[in-house]
Design a protein around this ligand. Structure first.
Ligand code: NAP
Length: 281
């Protein structure tokens, strides 16, 4: 297929390299032209003007931050041919999908998706198509989805060696992601921010290291993602606060049976999660 990728950061460049390796022809657009040139020199992106390559493309993958994805569509609206399938890899969906659908030309299809894989670091130089191997992905259809979008996306995700693929709507995606991804980043950052010891580096074991790995965060991107999904994220933070208050009270009141029960059921839930993961991939 002829694929145009807008944005050669961590995810866009990893898609470009991985999809080129599977025989697709990749063209790209990137804000920094030096980065685009690097990809062309490395041979996994072909040279060509964005206006011309969009005309012949089968698929356009938006791999910019959500608000820049909308900007890209607005800027290049006149060059999007009927029948083109647009998708994006953004971490939040509702606001951005609503905005993109409102400006899409007639006859252009749009189905979003979200690769549930990444790194703490960002940018072209840390690209690695292997991060997608066996990872989950979520496909989000909408009113502009075309008849073959889901099939085409499944094919591309298979080429990138993703594992399980969930199909859902934008609101469910954003609620799920607020819990599985955004709340976990909020917790990691809060844990690091609450560190008031001088000796932490010398006194940590795996627990602190594991729980705070994702605090090495891309602060610009995650600020955008948190604010774009504000309502769903606040809902998850409040649910978490309730659970934290419950366990705090158990400790304060030395409620040993309640604590044991909470730890036991959490362990069971976590083990079930491991088992589902292993069976399904
Ligand atoms: N990182 C993850 O773990 C992860 C996982 C799943 C999905 N995603 C999604 O993937 C998308 C890209 O994330 P990423 O991690 O690949 O980001 P990244 O490595 O930081 O790359 C950002 C990309 O956006 C471009 N960009 C930045 N500011 C811009 C601006 N003002 N105008 C135009 N272009 C601009 C950058 O261009 P330059 O090269 O010129 O800086 C680069 O191409 C996001 O929507 C994110 O939600 C990320």
């Amino acid at each position: 297929m002829i694929i145009v990728i807008a944005g050669l950061g961590l995810i866009g460049a990893s898609y470009a390299e991985g999809l080129h390796a599977k025989g697709h022809t990749i063209y790209a657009w990137n804000r920094s032209e030096a980065t685009l040139q690097k990809a062309i020199d490395l041979g996994f992106v072909q040279p060509g003007s964005i206006e011309e390559t969009l005309q012949s493309a089968d698929v356009l993958i938006l791999a910019l931050y959500p608000k820049h994805n909308t900007w890209f569509i607005r800027e290049h609206r006149a060059f999007l041919p009927p029948g083109l399938i647009i998708t994006d890899v953004s971490g939040t969906k509702t606001k951005m999908m609503d905005e993109i659908e409102a400006i899409l030309p007639e006859g252009v299809f749009y189905t979003s998706h979200h690769p549930m894989a990444g790194k703490e670091t960002s940018g072209f130089d840390v690209r690695d198509p292997l991060i997608f191997k066996r990872a989950n992905a979520i496909i989000v259809k909408g009113p502009a989805s075309g008849p073959s979008d889901v099939l085409v996306l499944h094919g591309l995700l298979k080429d990138l060696e993703f594992g399980r693929i969930l199909e859902t709507d934008r609101q469910t995606h954003d609620a799920l992601i607020a819990f599985t991804s955004q709340l976990t980043h909020v917790l990691a950052v809060t844990l690091v921010q609450s560190d008031h010891f001088d000796e932490t580096a010398k006194a940590t074991g795996d627990s602190y290291r594991d729980l705070t790995r994702i605090a090495k965060i891309n602060e610009i991107m995650w600020t955008d993602l948190f604010l774009m999904n504000k309502e769903a994220l606040l809902d998850q933070i409040e649910r978490f606060e309730e659970k934290l208050a419950e366990i705090k009270l158990m400790i304060k009141e030395e409620d040993r049976p309640a604590l044991i029960e909470t730890l036991r059921t959490a362990k069971e839930k976590r083990l079930t999660f491991d088992n589902i993961k292993d069976e399904d991939i």
